[in-house]
Design a binder for this molecule. Structure first.
Ligand SMILES: NC(=O)C1=CN([C@@H]2O[C@H](COP(=O)(O)OP(=O)(O)OC[C@H]3O[C@@H](n4cnc5c(N)ncnc54)[C@H](O)[C@@H]3O)[C@@H](O)[C@H]2O)[C@@H](O)CC1
Ligand SMILES: Nc1ncnc2c1ncn2[C@@H]1O[C@H](COP(=O)(O)OP(=O)(O)O)[C@@H](O)[C@H]1O
Ligand SMILES: [K+]
Length: 498
């Protein structure tokens, strides 16, 4: 399934209309599908307030109001602009609405919103159809800000149509205010803004409705990753041995941070790697050996290590970074791995810090590379302010992955995976309980574990991110988010990686 920008969605709408279905019929279809979803949440006799803006989002709202009224519900529509400011399709729907028994009121921009607030307080459901994908990045103005804040303050269940009003569809940032919906009925495809920044908190529960628009009618390489899209874990042949599932080397952990290495190691082992070898500084050998799973081989290094220190024999992937610290000069091993070997390398956490000191090594390297930064680490890598990145995460991520020819895993609620070819994959799993120490170490290990089993690093990154989130979701479904720890993620692998 594709994820679209507002501009792409507008082009898709236009192409669909050009292919024969009229704009007014497409709006009727959108409204009908939204009504179906809304109706399933209603009980007989309920009162629904629909707030309609001047554009086609408001037009959808009018279709919903008319259809709910035809189904016997009491419906009150509030318009935020006079009829002459409505889009053509909205005006057509306004004439249809006037023939129905829906109560209609035009809100005044001069008078206060007291009556409006009182009506919301008496409603059972508020439908937000003020702005959709046509929202422009310009100030809403005080009146709309007050209106959207009043919607949020009404304390009633809110269903937003297509995208919560005030939320930017291109990046998930909000204007001066944005509706925080309980449910958002998303028309046809996820908009980028539903998945990034404040988007997921404003969207609430997302429900997608299909109105028959072909997502491939416009060129777009942004995807929403679901289980059926994944190629890992690989099917195990009867005629196989452990090296068929990858020999994974993990350089992680240091004095004071052995946990990071242990979590990454177990993450790799339990995601199906055939063999895991953990490299740790000599000084932490004993505590690491005491706590490592017995299946893991542990080797030590002193001072700096080079690629040659690591046995190249049958090694399929190296993970470097979790908990290695910033003191030792890891640039030597990093450069060595990237210049002098062709074994795929996953670079995480402090490994990214060392890499940021000599980023150009990536350009000269022939080794396939996966980088797994969170937004702060990505800011260090690129030298671009975090706030700037948040305004256009797709642009920055895509540009970096293409320039340095790496697979980039940019971590967050809906982690994005960028391919060196410019594709973007949004993950569909994980929950805020996973914002906990060590969660990223587990992910790095899991990606390395899959990379050992798969020749394609992009597939390994997609699967690692998906199943890491799915394991966290499994725990959260059973025990809630707040007690979730990195160890619980590993312990839940067995339920989701079947
Ligand atoms: N034929 C189509 O294009 C279809 C569109 N659909 C719906 O139409 C929506 C998009 O409709 P539109 O493109 O008309 O746009 P919207 O309805 O999202 O908003 C456009 C209106 O909002 C105003 N506006 C934009 N930014 C503003 C700001 N920052 N402050 C104050 N006012 C602002 C504009 O002046 C304009 O009047 C979708 O989200 C979807 O709900 C669906 O009905 C399916 C078919
Ligand atoms: N709010 C959130 N919702 C869902 N997943 C999250 C959230 N915050 C972080 N995560 C996930 O948890 C992991 C955290 O990784 P990272 O920031 O490297 O943490 P650490 O260094 O403590 O291991 C990533 O996989 C990220 O996607
Ligand atoms: K809306």
């Amino acid at each position: 399934m594709k994820v679209v920008t507002p501009q792409e969605m507008a082009q898709m709408d236009q192409k669909t209309i050009a292919s024969g279905i009229s704009g007014i019929d497409l709006m009727e279809k959108a409204g009908t599908e939204c009504t179906r979803v809304i109706e399933s949440t209603l009980k007989e006799g309920m009162l629904i307030c629909v707030i309609c803006g001047p554009g086609n989002n408001g037009g959808d709202g009018q279709v919903i109001a008319r259809q709910l009224s035809e189904k016997g519900f009491s419906v009150q529509v509030f318009f935020t602009e006079p009829a002459d400011k409505m889009s053509p399709e909205s005006q057509t729907n306004y004439s249809r609405l006037r023939e129905s028994s829906v109560a209609v009121q035009f809100l005044s921009h001069e008078a206060g919103l007291e009556g409006f607030e009182a009506s919301l307080a008496g409603a059972d459901l508020v439908v937000d159809a003020v702005f959709g994908t046509g929202l422009k990045d310009r100030p809403l103005g005080e009146w709309y800000e007050t209106l959207l804040n009043a919607v949020n303050a009404c304390g009633k269940r809110i269903a937003a149509i297509d995208i919560p009003s005030g939320l930017r569809g291109d990046n998930g940032l909000t204007l001066e205010a944005a509706v925080e919906a309980d449910q958002t009925i998303i028309i046809q495809n996820y908009k980028v803004g539903c998945l990034l920044n404040d988007g997921p908190d404003c969207v609430g529960e997302p429900v997608l409705v299909d109105i028959g628009i072909d997502e491939n009618c416009v060129e777009n390489n942004k995807y929403f990753v679901q289980k059926q899209d994944l190629r890992c874990p690989v099917k195990r042949k009867k005629n196989s041995h452990k090296y068929d599932y990858g020999s994974v080397v993990i350089i992680a952990g240091s004095k004071g941070m052995i946990g990071a290495g242990l979590l990454a190691t177990e993450g790799a082992l339990k995601s199906g790697a055939g063999l895991v070898t953990s490299y740790v500084p000599l000084e932490v050998y004993l505590p690491v050996a005491a706590r490592s799973p017995v299946e893991v081989m542990i080797k030590t290094y002193d001072c700096n290590i080079t690629g040659e220190d690591i046995e190249h024999d049958r090694k399929r992937v190296v993970l470097i970074g979790p908990g290695i610290g910033r003191k030792k000069n890891y640039s030597i091993i990093l450069n060595d791995l990237l210049y002098n070997t062709t074994v795929p390398v996953v670079i995480d956490a402090d490994g990214l810090f060392h890499l940021s000191r000599n980023l150009d090594v990536l350009k000269e390297s022939k080794t396939p590379v996966i980088l797994t930064p969170h937004f702060g680490e990505f800011s260090t890598l690129t030298g671009v302010d975090r706030e700037e990145i948040l305004k256009d995460p797709i642009g920055h991520g895509r540009c970096f992955a293409e320039e340095y020819q790496v697979v980039l895993v940019l971590k967050g609620y809906r982690t994005m995976i960028f391919s060196p070819e410019g594709e973007v994959f949004f993950n569909s799993t994980s929950n805020p309980g996973m914002a906990t120490a060590g969660s990223g170490d587990v992910l790095a290990g899991m990606i390395a574990g899959f990379a050992g089993q798969s020749v394609d690093l992009l597939e390994a990154a997609k699967a690692g991110v998906f199943y890491h989130g799915a394991a966290g979701d499994y725990y959260a479904e059973h025990y809630g988010e707040s007690t979730l720890t990195a160890r619980n993620i590993i312990d839940s692998f067995k339920y989701v990686l079947k």
